[in-house]
Design a protein around this ligand. Sequence first.
Ligand code: MG
Length: 161
Amino acid sequence: MIRIGNGIDVHRFDTEAGDKAIVLGGISIPHTHALLAHSDGDVLTHALMDALLGALGLGDIGQHFPDTVEKYRDVSSMSLLDEVMNKVNDSGWQLGNADITVVAQAPRLSRHIESIKNSLAAGMKVAADLVSVKATTSEGLGFTGRGEGIAVLATVLLTKP
Ligand code: MG
C-alpha cells in the first residue's frame, strides 16, 4: 500500500528581530533576518510535517500543535517531527521518500542542503537517500523574490508492507 501527502508553509522575515539566523530542517543558517514564528520558525520542517500528516489523513500541524498553546512557544520543530513520525510508524507506515523544495531569494542554501538533508533523515530515522531537499529562487518575483519571506513545498510517499 502507498499513500501520498503534500505540505506547504510560508513564514515572513522579522524585520525587527535581533536574531540573525533562520532554522531549516533543524539546521541554523546565518541570515540578515530571522523568520517570524511562535515556534522556532522552521518553515521547512513545518511543510514536511503537513505532508506526513496529510498522507495519514490526520489534518495539519495547526490541529496537532496549536500556536495558541504555550508549550509550543519556541519549540524545536524537529521534536514535533519526531512526534509526527511516531504517528506514521505506530500506524504501520514507513517513509518511502520525501521531496522538499525551498523557495527563497536569500540566503543562498546550496552549501547547507547536505546538512539539512542529513538532519531530516536523522530526525525521521530513515536513510539519507530517502530525503531530497532542493532550493530555488523565484527570480525576484513575488514575496519570496522581494525577500519578504520563505515558502517551502513538501511531498512525501508512505509505504506499508
Ligand atoms: Mg509554519
